[in-house]
Design a binder for this molecule. Structure first.
Ligand SMILES: [Zn+2]
Length: 221
């Protein structure tokens, strides 16, 4: 019986044959270099493959993934990916994409200890605390969905405040940054923000002005 790992290699050989039938020069062109138009910042969840759900191909999208699609200002891995994507590859769009049913967000909502990952997810707990005035009246399922959305919006804010993005916007108001949520239940992506390419626009969707997209503004206090 073929093992699951052998199956992957067999699938790879089938992929090569299929691509060569479509275009004998395919791999030669792929090897020449990459010019992706997008940087994807997504969750590591196996059910959210960025190329499959967006219909993109090898070479279209530079990708960074971690648990709960977080933009952490001290994460050298992420910051390096971002700098390379923006300054060298000159992507036109950076997309932060979360997803409903996110295990990382769910873990951050509870009180159980999960070990090391609790440190990573601390920022999601902070978001929950910050927006508790809005979340507390929701049922559990609706609160989970809303925290997934708010988490994405917070990461868009964090992304917009990175040195790389601030410097790029000062140069030429690119790239546009976006906050999306993928719905595992039906396959659709639900944008949570518009196209953002300056500090005014980021202020419109993120917490320091109102923090609520598609809902009522917070009462002025
Ligand atoms: Zn997730």
């Amino acid at each position: 019986m073929i093992s699951r790992i052998e199956e992957l290699l067999r699938n790879n050989r089938a992929f090569v044959e299929q691509q060569l039938q479509l275009d004998p020069g395919y791999f030669g062109k792929l090897a020449e270099g990459q010019h992706p138009g997008f940087l994807w910042v997504g969750c590591s969840d196996s059910r959210v493959p960025p190329d499959r759900i967006t219909g993109t191909s090898p070479g279209d999208m530079f990708v960074h993934r971690n648990i709960a699609n977080l933009v952490v200002q001290t994460d050298m891995n992420f910051l390096s990916v971002l700098q390379y994507a923006v300054e060298v590859l000159q992507v036109q769009h950076v997309i932060v994409c979360g997803h409903y049913g996110c295990g990382g967000v769910k873990a951050a909502m509870g009180h159980e200890h999960h070990g090391l990952i609790d440190n990573w997810l601390r920022t999601v707990k902070d978001t929950q605390q910050y927006f508790w005035h809005e979340l507390k009246d929701l049922g559990e399922a609706a609160r989970f969905d809303r925290l997934v959305e708010l988490n994405v919006i917070e990461q868009v804010y964090n992304l917009g405040k990175t040195h790389t993005i601030q410097a790029a916007w000062a140069r030429n108001r690119r790239p546009y940054i976006h906050g999306w949520v993928f719905d595992l239940r039906n396959g659709y992506i639900r944008p949570q923000t518009g196209m953002i390419n300056d500090n005014d626009k980021i202020g419109e969707v993120c917490k320091f002005t109102n923090g609520i997209v598609g809902g009522a503004l917070r009462a002025a206090a």
